[in-house]
Design a protein around this ligand. Structure first.
Ligand code: PMP
Length: 431
């Protein structure tokens, strides 16, 4: 299918086709190729507030928000100014700057359970490094992850769950040796009995448990509070570290992340996306005694030429500072998300569409699901991807830019308005 929603120019298609000669699939990250929905992706040239513009001058209402970071909207003036003024003097040194201190201190003093932090360059690096640190600190090898949670493309986390109660690691990608993932245990999300069983069987060998407290990577699926509490208890009982992957939820579901809503104190937290203001970034942090196990203080090695890059630090600082100073942003975005959820549910009822909307604060997913609930990965896998593809094609060809897969979160920003939500709903109603 060829996509030219608002006019019949061909620049998008020309650029994308040529890109395929030089980059596998024409992209630098697979989801961007729109393979499952059989649509040529728009080639984006500009972002402004809640809107995107492609090379054919089509305008889209954006509900992807760069997969999370753009909570202030595209090209927020304060963030752009910070990037510009830093770039005048400081592009990269691979050395110490005060900007690193500014962002690190701001995060550690405003987010709970972050006594110290290490900056890296992506969410993948953050989770990979947190796993190494957990192993180094505990002297144990096994890491537990949950089916349907995504923690980046690090070998040890590219493990998909089988349908059994407990799945020993099965690689989710070619090129991941079984020896590497034999220390990864896949547990069932929101299943207390399953995680108890895993701890009874392997408790003394488990270095850490990593979880998205609100998963956004099987679509939005929040943890049930009692499940997280039991997980926390089990980690404490067996001396395993609890790692909250807040790459998506940090500074998004609340300034202080999902941990502040559930009232749980993880040992380590991973972050990325919003904390870099849209530039390549990541961070992991937590308890001081654990963080001081990192090189150069401790024996766990982890490094990065670009880590703490001045431009990234300044964009991140401008973003989190603005969020910190404007707590009302969170209610504003959540209210838009509530309006969107209600509207979508009404349309689903009117049209008899099998839709379940999972929403946690301003993160939400529209699932096409006959059974009426999505609480874990098995439920998510039962969703109707063909119907979603039909929905997606209708929306994008009418100027609504959303994820080409339903197993992702939709993100709103402070630049979205009630009028934008109405626009989305009007277009959906015409499906
Ligand atoms: N953890 C979570 C929860 C994520 O959502 C993602 C990416 N969407 C990652 C880790 C990996 O981050 P990155 O793509 O920056 O490597």
């Amino acid at each position: 299918l060829i996509l030219c929603p608002m006019n019949n120019k061909m620049k998008n298609i020309e650029i994308f086709n040529e890109s395929k000669n030089y980059m596998p699939g024409g992209v630098n990250s697979p989801v961007r190729a729109y393979k499952d929905v059989d649509v040529t992706p728009p080639v984006i040239k500009k972002g402004e507030g809640a809107y995107l513009y492609d090379e054919d001058d089509n305008k889209y209402l954006d509900l992807v928000g760069a997969w999370g970071p753009m909570i202030l909207g595209h090209c927020d003036k304060d963030v752009v100014d910070a990037i510009k003024s830093t770039a005048e003097n400081a592009i990269a040194f691979g050395g110490t700057t005060e900007l690193e201190l500014k962002l690190a201190k701001h995060i550690c003093t405003t987010v709970d359970n972050m006594e110290m932090v290490r900056m890296v360059n992506s969410g993948t690096e953050a989770t990979m490094s947190a796993a190494r640190l957990a192993r180094g600190f505990t002297g144990r090898n096994k890491i537990v992850k949950f089916a349907g949670c995504y923690h980046g493309h690090f070998d040890g986390f590219l493990v998909s769950a089988g349908s059994g109660v407990l799945t020993e690691g099965i690689p989710g990608s070619k090129g991941v040796p079984e020896e590497i993932i034999k220390n990864t245990i896949v547990a069932q999300f929101n299943d207390i009995e399953n995680i108890r069983y895993i701890f009874e069987k392997y408790g003394e060998e488990i270095a850490g448990v990593i979880i998205e407290p609100v998963s956004g990577n099987m679509g939005v699926v929040p943890s049930e509070p009692e499940f997280l509490r039991e997980l926390d208890n089990l980690c404490k009982k067996y001396g395993a570290l609890l790692i909250f992957d807040e790459v998506m939820t940090g500074f998004r579901v609340a300034y202080k992340g999902a941990q502040s809503i559930y009232g749980i104190n993880p040992d380590l937290i991973t972050m990325a996306k919003i904390m870099g203001g849209g530039l390549p970034c990541g961070a992991y942090g937590g308890r001081r005694d654990i963080m001081e196990y990192l090189s150069p203080v401790g024996p766990v090695y982890q490094a990065g030429t670009m880590s703490g890059n001045p431009i990234v630090m300044s964009a991140g600082y401008a973003t989190v500072k603005k969020l910190y100073e404007n707590p009302s942003y969170y209610d504003y975005i959540e209210n838009l998300a509530i309006k969107l959820q209600k509207g979508v549910e009404e349309i689903a009822k009117e049209k008899g569409l099998p839709i379940v909307v999972n929403r946690f604060k301003s993160m939400m997913t529209i699932f096409f699901n006959e059974e009426g609930k999505v609480k874990n990965y098995d439920d998510a896998k039962k969703c109707d991807t063909d119907l979603y593809a039909k929905f997606f094609k209708h929306m994008i060809s009418n100027g609504i830019y959303m994820s080409p897969s339903q197993f992702e979160a939709m993100f709103l920003s402070v630049k979205h308005t009630e009028g934008d939500i109405d626009k989305f709903l009007d277009i959906m109603r015409k499906m």
